[in-house]
Design a protein around this ligand. Structure first.
Ligand SMILES: CC(C)(COP(=O)(O)OP(=O)(O)OC[C@H]1O[C@@H](n2cnc3c(N)ncnc32)[C@H](O)[C@@H]1OP(=O)(O)O)[C@@H](O)C(=O)NCCC(=O)NCCS
Length: 161
């Protein structure tokens, strides 16, 4: 498995990986309308457009994308983990860890002024434990704008120094 920068040709595979998580992992709790709203909220062409201002990394096995993560720059000293998704049949193989570490190392090398790394998770019961293992701490609860809705989320963060 290798981690590399996103290319426009990865957009469809990333779209499928993200969609599959909503359909098969969170489908029961989101319901059909929720899944449809989340799947449709970003099309592959949106990923390509977003990759111009955000930092995207793709994990690849045998030339096939199996996960991706996206870092959005908030201000001079803060960045956000906007997306982190691993293909369902590849969970538990350290791909999420490697993607996150790769992103953090990139920030330390290329954006040393960024110290604060944050995220909001709307599925804390499922993935908060993973982020805690990666060194993030809960900083509070808030509602975030996602896909035309205000969703309850757990806000987490860590220092990169
Ligand atoms: C959350 C996610 C990125 C983790 O990726 P992964 O490659 O399966 O995780 P890793 O194999 O790197 O796991 C690293 C450690 O975290 C633990 N871990 C993984 N997923 C976990 C979870 N959901 N809850 C608690 N611990 C978890 C692993 O057991 C492992 O622990 P260890 O170091 O003691 O062995 C992946 O499950 C995923 O894509 N989920 C669906 C999409 C999603 O929810 N993304 C976040 C969007 S808000």
């Amino acid at each position: 498995m290798t981690v590399r920068s996103f290319e426009p040709s990865d957009a469809e595979a990333c779209f499928r990986i993200r969609s599959e998580a909503f359909i098969r992992k969170y489908g029961d709790r989101l319901g059909a309308e929720g899944v449809a709203a989340l799947v449709n909220s970003y099309m592959p062409s949106d990923f390509v457009r977003m990759s111009e201002t955000m930092r995207w990394f793709v994990a690849e096995e045998g030339g096939v994308p199996v996960g991706f993560c996206t870092i959005r720059f908030l201000d001079e000293t803060a960045a956000e983990l906007l997306f982190l998704y691993v293909r369902l049949d590849r969970h538990g193989r350290r791909i999420g860890t490697d993607l996150l570490r790769h992103g953090e190392d990139w920030l330390r090398r290329h954006r040393p002024e960024v110290n604060d790394f944050v995220l909001d998770t709307v599925h804390p019961d499922y993935n908060q434990g993973f982020y805690e293992k990666m060194g993030f701490e809960v900083r509070g609860r808030r509602r975030i704008d996602r896909h035309d809705a205000r969703l309850p989320a757990v806000h987490m963060g860590k220092s990169l120094r």
